[in-house]
Design a protein around this ligand. Sequence first.
Ligand code: ADP
Ligand code: ZN
Length: 441
Amino acid sequence: MRYFQEKAETMPVSEIRKMQSEKLVKQVRHVYDHVEPYRRKMDAAGVKPEDIHGVEDLHRLPFVSKDDLREEYPKGFLAVPQRDCVRIQSTSGTTGRRVVAFYTQHDVDLWEECCARAIVAAGGTPDDVVQVAYGYGLFTGGAGLNGGSHKVGCLTLPMSSGNTDRQIQFMMDLGATFLCCTPSYAAYLAESMKERGIAPEQNPLKAGIFGAEPWTEEMRQAIEKSLGIKAYDIYGLTETSGPGVAFECQAQQGMHINEDHFIAEIIDPKTGEVLPEGSKGELVFTSLDKEAFPLLRYRTKDICILSRQKCSCGRSFIRMTKPMGRSDDMLIIRGVNVFPSQIETVLLKEGYTPNYQIVVDRVNNSDTFDILVEMDEEMFGDTVSAITGREKALVAAMRSMLGIGPAVHLVAPHSIERSEGKAVRVVDKRKLISEAKWLTK
Ligand code: ADP
Ligand code: ZN
């Protein structure tokens, strides 16, 4: 089994373009007729659905950003009657206003097919046992890979995240051959298995599909070695359905974008200008087949490069490099989206000054997350136990805002360096960006 849907995955580029053009015309009409906020944007830009004849007109359409979706929370971008929907998922970050994505059964099927393509591209067949250790629930990781595994016909272990002892026991007892989780959890599992005296060749795994957060080539090698497997990347975001928008094949050289369902563009994040293939810039997606939550020219904020270089796997879909950073200040910590502005909101609400610093690092393949917060003179005069109490209260407030708990350290007044220009709010010591060595210049 080389492909899950061979015809689509190996379609000649000229046919992909033709198919995209036909679908785009319909998708634009659907959005214009049913998504009021986007209709307003198109009207403001002076573009009508009948102006869009194909991919060559895509650049005329206005962009959609995460802020647009937040403003229209929860249903402003819903394009079908709610009774036609069967599911929601939501982004991991919580700014009070999350992004909620809706799915019809057709949308769920397409998404799961994309994930099935990823599993087959990584060598999966119905003989495989797939351990899904992404979180289940609102997060798209668990649901997406679970559905993809069913579609391939694999025996699926819906483990969800956490409970490492049980993960290892089921993996060993049920003979899991595929592991799907975040790369950091894969590394953590590897380490835990080592501690339990399980050597890489003793586990039944042969491959893993890891994504939802940035990871490097070096980390891939470390995971492959410590688990004795092949490790493949998978990319996606809730707004575009979830993981599986792009997936790696056995060449392990960039991720193929499912171009029969999405058009990818690279733009200059400052000017919005479309850049030619091979340029580094912000990735923008247009959905082609979505019913409930179709998005035209959605700005992902992920910086990467697209390439049409031929791939040895035979797939014709364009490839994207691993994301090489973001055009906004969003951090992904332990798989959770964190914006410094959320932290600032909590601090101000709790009566602190906005003098703080976020320090993120990766120790033993797992993210550490510390926030240094300055006290004012009055707090500084408090007893040690009062200060400890304040730290605990802040951790709780942060946890409820962010969904993960940082370590909070209250520090003396004026101890955080003031900067002349833009304050250095984030110190990210993780080295998460790797070059795409497979790209020929
Ligand atoms: P999801 O629920 O799919 O994680 P989110 O909307 O919470 O979706 O997060 C999406 C973001 O996660 C992407 O915009 C990107 O920054 C990051 N991401 C997802 N997959 C990968 C990956 N394979 N490598 C690097 N970053 C990734
Ligand atoms: Zn390939």
